[in-house]
Design a protein around this ligand. Sequence first.
Ligand code: SF4
Ligand code: SF4
Length: 125
Amino acid sequence: MAVKITELCINCDSCIDECPATAIVSASDSPVNGDVTYVKPEKCIECVDSTMPKCSDACPTEGAIVWDMPYTAEFNDYFVSGHDKGDYAIREHKKNGIMYPSVSPRPFRETISMAARQAHTPVAG
Ligand code: SF4
Ligand code: SF4
């Protein structure tokens, strides 16, 4: 991914239309068994072309949007495991199979440390 939405989310849906990658879906459309708005890691580009992630800029709830690991081949096992556990529901492509990072990596912000990502530090809004 990129970024992830936590249980602190109040499902206001303010972030959905702000996402340039259409990576966010409301809780009612979430493909995982969660009660909150969901970020599709296979689509999130961490808003690398902007000063900061647009979702976090729009979010009124501190701690609702946190960093996750880069969606790159290096972290393929992490996302495969998360998908298998049901934390993510990564899209399956008809020809290419499940769009894991090894199949379709996404851009990420190199300025965010791996420690901050592992700790799921809130994305500053
Ligand atoms: S960081 Fe950007 S691309 Fe990723 S979910 Fe948020 S708004 Fe969408
Ligand atoms: S803007 Fe924040 S609180 Fe609202 S749905 Fe998105 S993550 Fe949840």
